[in-house]
Ligand binder design. Structure first.
Ligand code: SF4
Length: 206
C-alpha cells in the first residue's frame, strides 16, 4: 500500500477518502479513477443524478416495513442510512442498514431496486465487502457476512460471505486507486473493449 503524503492525518475532515462507487468505477475501468481523480474530468453527473433520483424514490418505498427480512437475518438491532467513514481505510460511504445479529456479529444490509436473482452481482458483493470493512473498523466488532436484498419484484435476500481473502482483495483495490491518485500514473485500459463503446471518456482516452 502507498504511504500517505506528509500533510495527511488520520482525521475524517482532512484525510482523502473514496466511496464504494469510486471503487466500483475503478473495477469497471481503472482509467475512470485517472480521469475523475487525477484529471478531474467528471462523468455526466447531471444525467447520473436524474437516474439515481428516480430510482431512489422507488427504492425508499420498497425498503419500508422490511422487518421480516431483518428477522430472517436474526437482527436484534439496526441503524438505517448510516454514514461510515474511516481515515484508516481511506473509505467513506452510506450503507442502507447496519445490523447487530443474535450471534454477536454485525452485518451490512443493502437494498437494490433490482429483480430477484439467484446470485449476488459481483459489484454488489464488492460493495458489501467495503461496508463490512467499514463496520469492522468503526464498531470494532466481527463481521462475517453481509446481505443484499433485491426488492424490485418481492424480496430476494442473499448472503455475502465476508472472508479474509475478499477483504484483502478489496483492500488492494483501494491501494491501487490511491496509487493512481498519488502518482498520477495512467493505468492500463480495461480489458473489455465492449466497455469502451458506451464510455463517456472514449473520445479522449488514447
Ligand atoms: S474508453 Fe475504455 S479504456 Fe478508456 S476510460 Fe473508457 S472504458 Fe476505460
Amino acid at each position: 500500500m502507498s504511504e500517505p503524503t506528509s500533510n495527511w492525518s488520520l482525521d475524517t475532515e482532512r484525510t482523502p477518502m473514496i466511496t464504494p462507487s469510486e471503487v466500483l468505477e475503478h473495477v469497471y475501468c481503472p482509467r475512470f479513477t485517472w480521469f475523475m481523480n487525477v484529471q478531474n474530468i467528471p462523468q455526466h453527473e447531471e444525467m447520473r443524478f436524474k437516474v439515481q433520483k428516480g430510482r431512489e424514490v422507488h427504492r425508499r418505498r420498497a425498503t419500508e416495513n422490511r422487518d421480516y427480512l431483518r428477522r430472517k437475518i436474526g437482527a436484534v438491532k439496526r441503524e438505517v442510512e448510516v454514514y461510515l467513514a474511516s481515515p484508516v481505510l481511506r473509505l467513506r460511504g452510506i450503507v442502507d442498514e447496519v445490523l447487530w445479529l443474535k450471534d454477536g456479529n454485525m452485518a451490512p444490509l443493502d437494498y437494490k431496486y433490482t429483480e430477484s436473482r439467484e446470485t449476488v452481482f459481483k459489484t454488489h458483493e464488492t460493495q458489501i465487502i467495503l461496508y463490512a470493512m467499514l463496520i469492522q473498523e468503526i464498531y470494532q466488532q466481527p463481521v462475517t457476512r453481509g446481505y443484499v436484498a433485491y426488492i424490485r419484484d418481492g424480496s430476494q435476500l442473499l448472503e455475502v460471505p465476508v472472508t479474509t481473502a475478499a477483504i484483502t482483495a478489496t483492500g488492494k483495490l483501494i491501494a491501487q486507486i490511491f496509487d493512481i491518485i498519488q502518482t498520477g500514473r495512467l493505468p492500463a485500459r480495461t480489458s473489455s473493449r465492449l466497455r469502451c463503446e458506451d464510455c463517456c471518456y472514449k473520445n479522449i482516452c488514447v
